[in-house]
Design a protein around this ligand. Structure first.
Ligand SMILES: Cc1cc2nc3c(=O)[nH]c(=O)nc-3n(C[C@H](O)[C@H](O)[C@H](O)COP(=O)(O)OP(=O)(O)OC[C@H]3O[C@@H](n4cnc5c(N)ncnc54)[C@H](O)[C@@H]3O)c2cc1C
Length: 464
């Protein structure tokens, strides 16, 4: 522990998803004060608003862990605070307050597109937005997602499975078609995850589809008999609700009807070619049409450039060179290609460092490794007396108030959770979530026994 007067640091962590919260734990364990700034009212990020809503055990387990970490008196939580230019607080404003370091763990909030004609037409959606919608994250919770009867999902990972689960088991659409650039063997979803939608698999269609692409699979040495055995099951899907796959197809254009809504997806048929050990899709120029009502992109996301860090091709820029140290700080630090230098005191972890890669365990490990770098950096710097740290937090509170940000604290989250738990009990469901910020803020301010204040070591700060 470096819990010694004058050696303690205060670190701002932007984003309280798994990466930010596990980072906060490592920083607090080293004796530092952590200020978590989170866009959403509630903490948890995609653990709260991404993981499928019926995974009760997993979600409750993570919530408990997060609550324990946030309960550390050295960890301050400011929810409903978006960091960015023109938002609740700008990155430069945080830098001016003089945090010892700033960790960006804001996930991958930018939307990735394919750049094909027609993709901006009505009823083309991005999986992240749909997932936020059914997990009740404002404002997505309030937006209508008109999916119709026939939906194509682009992409073949676990997020595709979650979206198909929602469409087939909850929206009761009649047809979900998964469109994948490569073949069945290149699937990126886990078989255990797929079980929730397997009953809808149109096995006759799957057999025809594999036979259609068989010559292209054989060219790259894939065993078609084995693939048929693995992917064609004995089960018969319900007549009015089917899941199909269109392999070796890349989206070419979205065709709209005369009201500007999705009518079809035109795809280009691909060959498979070998690139070393890897199989790669290569367009043949041959086009084919799938009639549809909705297209959902489940192709991963990109980071949000509005946070204000150097950005290129969907990611924050990091140094092309490894810096001395194990782990190398350059893997975790944003880098300015203009000056050729890493940005001192700024760090990236989780999906902000590596967009849409891995489960919660991966984000946790990334945060923990990243905090080794941050804690090494902090150990090399003079820290602050606790009165100075209090002053920095007070300056942040004043800034948020001046910017008219209606932020909430971890005590507020406990008040909100108690009310939601009581609602769930009344409705005999395992959880109940308010689905607008207004409702959550109203509940919180009604339950607060005194005006909002943030309790720092030497007394409360904020409106009194
Ligand atoms: C659909 C889906 C299903 C998944 N299911 C599972 C599963 O079943 N099991 C599993 O282990 N993993 C699952 N994952 C993966 C897991 O959710 C991620 O690995 C993990 O959440 C990434 O953590 P993160 O903290 O980097 O980002 P996020 O979880 O995205 O957290 C980012 C946080 O930053 C905040 N934020 C964003 N922008 C700003 C800003 N400008 N200012 C301040 N705060 C900001 C957000 O409010 C959010 O709280 C799933 C992911 C998705 C997309």
């Amino acid at each position: 522990m470096t819990d010694v007067e004058g050696k303690r640091h205060v670190v701002a962590v932007i984003g309280a998803g798994p990466a930010g919260i596990y980072a906060a734990r490592k920083l607090a364990e080293a004796g530092h004060v952590v200020v978590l700034l989170n866009r959403d009212i509630k903490p948890g990020g995609l653990a709260e608003y991404g993981i499928f809503f019926d995974k009760e055990k997993m979600k409750e387990g993570l919530r408990k862990q997060f609550k324990r970490i946030l309960s550390d008196p050295k960890v301050f939580y400011f929810g409903h605070v978006t960091v960015g230019q023109g938002k609740a607080v700008a990155l430069e404003e945080l830098q001016r307050i003089g945090f010892s370091a700033i960790v960006v763990s804001a996930g991958a909030q930018g939307t990735k597109k394919l750049g094909i004609p027609g993709e901006d037409c009505l009823s083309v959606y991005h999986a992240k937005d749909v997932v936020y919608h059914y997990n009740k994250l404002p404002p997505f919770s309030q937006r209508p997602y008109e999916v119709g009867r026939r939906v194509a999902i682009i992409g073949m990972g676990n997020v595709m499975v979650d979206v198909a689960n929602w469409l087939l088991n909850y929206k009761k659409v009649s047809e979900v078609t998964v469109v994948a650039r490569r073949g069945p063997k290149e699937k990126a979803y886990d078989d255990s995850e797929f079980e929730v939608v397997e009953q809808y698999l149109d096995n006759e269609d799957m057999r025809r589809e594999i036979q259609r692409i068989a010559p292209r699979l054989e060219v790259v040495g894939q065993n078609v008999e084995e693939i048929l055995k693995t992917f064609v099951k004995e089960t018969v899907p319900p007549a009015d609700c089917k899941l199909r796959f269109r392999y070796l197809c890349s989206p070419h254009q979205v065709i709209a009807d005369n009201q500007g809504k999705v009518a079809a997806l035109e795809v280009e048929v691909n060959d498979l070619v070998l690139d070393g050990e890897r199989t790669v899709a290569k367009g043949t120029g041959q086009l084919s049409r799938i009639d549809l009502d909705c297209v959902i992109y489940a192709i991963g996301d990109q980071v949000d450039s509005a946070i204000g860090l150097p950005f290129s091709r969907g990611a924050f820029v990091t140094s092309p060179d490894k810096l001395p140290g194990d782990p190398s700080p350059s893997l975790y630090q944003p880098y300015d290609p203009g000056t050729g230098k890493v940005l001192e005191g700024l760090y990236l972890v989780g999906w902000s460092r590596n967009a849409s890669v891995g489960l919660v365990g991966v984000a946790k490990k990334d945060a923990e490794t990243g905090m080794k770098v941050v804690n090494n950096y902090l150990a090399s710097k003079e820290g602050f007396a606790s009165a100075v740290i209090d002053q920095k937090i007070a300056t942040l509170v004043n800034k948020l108030e001046a910017n008219k940000a209606s932020f909430v604290t971890k005590q507020d989250i406990e008040l909100l959770e108690a009310v939601e738990k009581e609602e769930a009990r009344k409705r005999e469901t395992w959880e109940y979530k308010f689905s607008t910020d207004e409702e959550m803020l109203t509940v919180i301010s009604a339950k607060r026994e005194q005006p909002l204040q943030v309790a720092v070591a030497n007394g409360p700060v904020g409106k009194s």
